[in-house]
Every structure is written in structure tokens, then in C-alpha cells.
Design a protein around this ligand. Structure first.
Ligand SMILES: Nc1ncnc2c1ncn2[C@@H]1O[C@H](COP(=O)(O)OP(=O)(O)OP(=O)(O)O)[C@@H](O)[C@H]1O
Ligand SMILES: [Mg+2]
Length: 459
């Protein structure tokens, strides 16, 4: 009691689960300290009662440090655990870190830290600081009901992150349904998502349950959300707002209890600008945005992942091929536009092509031909500055696959300036790719290698 007061909390005490339930309901506490063994049950049973888990921190107290129970507790959303006898210094430290508001909570539990030091979080591998930060955020948001928007380049692991969020949520026993909005034909997508009644359109010869019904109680992962037809985005927004929907051909409202995780590998601002994503839907989805970092920002994780994939291939083929240090070192010099998926493919190719050892020579040939670090812009002396600007802008856009936000970042200009320029140049001005690019470095390059690296093309 004294300690909690010293940390600026008021405290209420409950001697059993029943009391605790009552207290929690009336006080809506910032933090709950729960003993695992209570006279009328297990302290973990209380977890289901703390509705506003997003704003209540749970600290578990356990007599014997059973790692399994602690892991279970953390999975269910506990912030941390303390073992008896209680170390008051740790309790004080924990309390001092409890956020008093529903702000994004960035503090982490001891066991989570441990998991991360081992270099993984569920199925997600990697120990880089950017990944630890991501795990932290995933651990925070997973047990809540918040809608999550996953942003990140192709192959960074958005689907894996979505699955991890589901696995760490209270919905884990219910379905996780991934839907690739870009892969379903626009004619079918509405009926796939919302379902239809028999006879509601030609070919609808029986009733069909859509993803919302099938994912009930679980999580619906809407991948490539910007590919969803815009009319359907209106309907989706309605479901998110009202929690109910109708099958095609029916006017009966059906309740749905589905958590949405959406993902895109585009810059949302660009997609909105281009009319591919509705602004109101974006605001709805953007409750908790999570950026999955590109592989090239993950340092030594590249090697860790490469080794992991190699282990997988070795296990599958009963071989014991090894990655040599020079091979591992060269992986770090590449910029990995296709991220983890590309790394896996590279390792697979190297695995197939090598006998016993995989060295730099086995890995570099494929990388060199794809590396945009060799891209240069040839500008003859005598070109006007205005022309250089224009060429550089188009070349950068090309390099960024047309993603204007990234191009603007690299060029060091605002997105607005970039749009103004493009408008000035007009649509007829679009250059042919071959006009500018070739793969060898030339002396008069205005697009030096280090500039590309420093600004981190896709960041
Ligand atoms: N941190 C990671 N640890 C281990 N494997 C990973 C990790 N991130 C991604 N992968 C693997 O890389 C591949 C690509 O991941 P995933 O499909 O989740 O990417 P994505 O971001 O959804 O890609 P896209 O934008 O192309 O849909 C998968 O095989 C996945 O298992
Ligand atoms: Mg994906």
C-alpha cells in the first residue's frame, strides 16, 4: 500500500476473485496486481474480466517462478510478473512505468525482453532494435480489440505479423482468416466478404457465408486493402462502424464479432491521393498503425534469417550445407527490395547450387544484377538544370516503383512539391526507362551510390 501510494496510486485491496471482480468493475484501475493462487480460484481467471485491458496493466504475482504460467499470463496480456517474496525495488520500478493514460504503452515485461534477446517473437525471427520495438508494439496491441493497420514493403512479414497478433490475442482459439483483396475478382469480392443469399444473383445457387461470418469470434486479415474496390470500402466502413452487415440479397442485419487487421505495401497517403483508398476508411483502420521495417534496416538479423532458412532447407533435404562467413557478410551489403521473402528465395537458390558450402561467390551474382545501387543517370554536360531536375525526378520515381512519398523523401522535397512538379511536366512527359538507366557506375553520375543508401529508398 505504501509503495503504491509513493508512486502516486490509490489502492484497493481484494482478498478473493469475487471481491476483485467487484473492485475492478467499479474502479477501472490503471494497474492490477494479481496473485496466482486465490482462495476461490486462479488469479488468471480474472483476466477475462478486465474489459478495458487496453488501459489496465496486469502484474501477476506467483509463488514459484513457473515460466509456463508466466508465459501464459503474458500471452493473455499481463505486463509483467513478480515472484514471491516480492522484491519491492522491482515492484516500484514496475509501478513507475505504468502509464496512467491509454497512451501507447511502450514498456515491456521481463519475460518478453528475454524472448526478444533470444531473437524471436512467436514465429517472427530477428533481434534487431527495430524488430524489438515492433514486438513490443505487437505485444501491446495484440490482446486489445484495436484495429491494426500493417504497413511495410512487400515480403517484410506483414502476414506473419498479423498471424502473431491473432495468436497473442484472446481470439486465438477462433479463426484467423487472411483475405487478399487484390487476388479476388472484383465481381466476387463482395460476396466473398459479406456472403450472399440463394438466388441473389445469377449463379448464386445456394446461400454462401462470407468471410465476416466465417471469421466470427476471430480475426479477419484484409491484405492489400488498397486493391479493394472503392464501393466495397464504403460497405466495409459501415461494418466497422456498426458491427453488423447484410449478405447480398438479404436485408437482415447480421451481427459480427470480428477483429480487423488490414495491410498494404503502399504508402497510404499515395493511395488516398490516387483514389485507391477512402480517407474515411483509412482513418477507421489507422487506429493502431504498425510499420514492419524493411530487411535492410535489420542489421545482423539478415544473417540470422539466412541461417534459419538454410537450417530449414538442410532439415528438409537431410543435408548439412554451411553458410561461410564471407557469404554471410555479403548478404548485409545488398538492399533487399523483396525483403525476407527475397532472402528466402536467395538462400534456396544458393542451397540448390552449392555442394557443401555457400560462399560469397554463390550469392553475389544474382544480387549484383538486381541491385539498384548501380543505377545511374547519364546527363550530358550542356543539359539545363531544369532538365536535370526533371530527369532526376522521373528516375527516382522509377526507382521507387512509382511510390511518390518515397521518391519525395529521397529527393529531399515535400510530397506537395513533387506533385506540383509532376503537374508542371504533364502526362506526356513520362520518360522511357531505358533513357536513363544503365547498370554500371559512370564517372559523372549524379546519383551516387551513397545517396541512395543513406536515404533508404523504401523507408
Ligand atoms: N521475421 C520473420 N521471421 C521469419 N520469417 C519471416 C519473417 N518475416 C517474414 N518471414 C517469411 O517471409 C515470407 C514473406 O512474409 P509475409 O508473407 O508475411 O510478407 P508480406 O509482408 O505479407 O508480403 P507481401 O506484401 O508480398 O504480401 C514468409 O515466408 C514469411 O514466413
Ligand atoms: Mg502478404
Amino acid at each position: 500500500m505504501e509503495i503504491t501510494a509513493a508512486e502516486g496510486f490509490t489502492a484497493a485491496v481484494a482478498g478473493n476473485i469475487r471481491d476483485a471482480q467487484i473492485q475492478i468493475a467499479c474502479q477501472r484501475p490503471d494497474v492490477v496486481l494479481i496473485d496466482l493462487k486465490l482462495p476461490d480460484g486462479n488469479g488468471m481467471d480474472l483476466f477475462n474480466d478486465i474489459e478495458s485491458r487496453a488501459t489496465t496493466e496486469i502484474i501477476l504475482i506467483t509463488g514459484h517462478a513457473s515460466v509456463e504460467t508466466a508465459v501464459d499470463a503474458l500471452r493473455l496480456g499481463a505486463t509483467d510478473y513478480l515472484t514471491k517474496p516480492i522484491n519491492f525495488r522491482r515492484l516500484k520500478a514496475l509501478l513507475s512505468r505504468v502509464p496512467r493514460t491509454a497512451d501507447l504503452k511502450t514498456e515491456i515485461g521481463a519475460l518478453r525482453t528475454e524472448l526478444r534477446r533470444l531473437g524471436h517473437f512467436g514465429q517472427m525471427l530477428g533481434a534487431a532494435p527495430v524488430m524489438q520495438k515492433l514486438y513490443n508494439h505487437i505485444g501491446r496491441v495484440a490482446p486489445t480489440e484495436a484495429t491494426v493497420l500493417l504497413l511495410g514493403e512487400s515480403g517484410t512479414g506483414k502476414e506473419l505479423a498479423a498471424q502473431t497478433i491473432h495468436d497473442l490475442s484472446l481470439r486465438q482459439k477462433h479463426p484467423f482468416l487472411p483475405v487478399n483483396c487484390g487476388a479476388i475478382s472484383p465481381q466476387l469480392i463482395e460476396s466473398e466478404i459479406f456472403g450472399h443469399e440463394k438466388g441473389s444473383f445469377t449463379g448464386a445457387d445456394r446461400q454462401h457465408k462470407g468471410y465476416f461470418e466465417r471469421a466470427n469470434g476471430g480475426t479477419l486479415f484484409l491484405d492489400e486493402i488498397t486493391e479493394m474496390p472503392i464501393e466495397l470500402q464504403v460497405k466495409l466502413l459501415r461494418v466497422l462502424e456498426t458491427g453488423s452487415f447484410m449478405r447480398i440479397g438479404s436485408n437482415q442485419e447480421l451481427e459480427t464479432d470480428v477483429r480487423i487487421i488490414a495491410a498494404t505495401n503502399r504508402e497510404p497517403e499515395d493511395a488516398i491521393e490516387e483514389g485507391k483508398l477512402r480517407l474515411d476508411l483509412y482513418h477507421r483502420l489507422n487506429v493502431f498503425p504498425l510499420k514492419i521495417p524493411p530487411l535492410r534496416e535489420r542489421g545482423a538479423d539478415i544473417e540470422l534469417l539466412a541461417q534459419h532458412f538454410l537450417d530449414e532447407f538442410n532439415a528438409a533435404h537431410a543435408t548439412s550445407k554451411v553458410l561461410l562467413p564471407d557469404g554471410a557478410a555479403c548478404l548485409g551489403t545488398y538492399h533487399w527490395p523483396g525483403n525476407v521473402r527475397e532472402l528466402r528465395n536467395y538462400m534456396q537458390r544458393a542451397f540448390i547450387l552449392s555442394d557443401q558450402t555457400i560462399d560469397a561467390a554463390a550469392l553475389t551474382p544474382t544480387m549484383a544484377t538486381h541491385a539498384p545501387t548501380g543505377l545511374t543517370l547519364a546527363i550530358p554536360v550542356g543539359t539545363s538544370l531544369a532538365d536535370v531536375d526533371r530527369k532526376l525526378i522521373f528516375a527516382t520515381l522509377e526507382l521507387c516503383g512509382g511510390v511518390k512519398k518515397r521518391a519525395a523523401d529521397i529527393l529531399g522535397i515535400s510530397l506537395k512539391t513533387l506533385y506540383n512538379r509532376l503537374e508542371e511536366y504533364g502526362p506526356d512527359e513520362l520518360p522511357q526507362k531505358s533513357e536513363y538507366f544503365y547498370n554500371e557506375e559512370k564517372e559523372h553520375s549524379v546519383f551516387p551510390k551513397d545517396v541512395l543508401h543513406k536515404n533508404d529508398l523504401y523507408g
